[in-house]
Design a protein around this ligand. Sequence first.
Ligand SMILES: [Zn+2]
Ligand SMILES: [Zn+2]
Length: 414
Amino acid sequence: MTSHDLLDRTDDALARAVEVYTHLHTHPELSSHEHETAAFIEGELDAIGIEHFRCGGTGVVGILRSGSGPTVAFRADTDGLPIAENTGLPYASTTTGTLPNGDTAPVMHGCGHDTHVAALLTTARILAASPDTWSGTVVLIFQPGEETAWGAKEMVSDGLWDRAPHPDVVLAQHVMPLPAGHLSLRPGPMAALADSWRITLRGRQAHGSQPENSIDPIVLGASIVLRLQTIVSRELGPRTPAVVTVGTFHAGLKENIIPDSAEISVNVRTPDEETRDQVLGAIRRIVSAETAASAAPEPTIEEINAFPRLVNDTARTEQISAAFTRAFGSERVESAPLGMGSEDAGWLGDSIGVPTVFWGFGAFDDALFADGAMPAGNHSPEFAPDPTHAMRTGVSAALTAILAALDGTAEAHD
Ligand SMILES: [Zn+2]
Ligand SMILES: [Zn+2]
């Protein structure tokens, strides 16, 4: 029995999946505020008859068993983004949420995490309805706070793996601007490590006409911003992909006052831990040396967030990729490019030394790709996966990967 057969033979699975998806899409919540989403997931798991527990605040973990066999964990992230949705869809979000600084912001499932949740709930519904077709344990991880790199760490530190059985592999998928039925994955790094820092520079305030009485944090900051750009261009080899972006620079209130401080925030993307250590070390060195050059007081450096590595296990990725090729056809299984996007899913497996396989799936009509065109991508206010395509591809891919991982482990243990 293939995943497509399972999907089609399970009564109303696709129709219910689309209902769940559009409900979630209309009701997005910001990172670590996923209270209604968590309650909705718990209600669905109760309706299917799957035991579950809370973990990491708004995280929900379901455990589905069918006899003995391997254990496979599958993660779906649950959070939305502060974006004003502009899709014009009848089920578009008009919701607002509260940002960490207290501001009210529009909220949208602009990264498509609603497709992940709906696909995993539907996959669970189908597996629960067909216990004769598989054997083992599936751990369903509904993870909050992906967009802030907070959720996976929080679930692990809240005892995820003390309470759920340790899996043989952790699987996860992400909707991408790809045609429906297409899947994208690669062995090795699937996403970049990302680090965000807030750097507060200190100076000495003085009248704008008396620079001799000041230590000017704006001049200091300007030197730092320029010098940081030499890390990638002058310290890394030309084949090492990395990004250092200064995204904010705030200082001063009036043109004739040299202020006493300046604040910059930096976002860093690196392909591996070695490069990460090198770049972050260079940032500390440059900030410290420029501070000394200005004879300024020591600055403070605070971490805003840190996305861990996301590395696909080679053997496991080959196993799942082969299953995708059988189920979807080789022309629809693409080798993923290494982008500079980031994901915290890798920490779920890395924290207990278990392999990870993460892939992208398509959810858009073929026509949107005609003549080299592309639909709006993740984080765009126009991002609009097709509900039926998203559910067909997302659920089929999840089922295919879970069944392959359950079978493959069993074979490996024979
Ligand atoms: Zn995102
Ligand atoms: Zn995302």
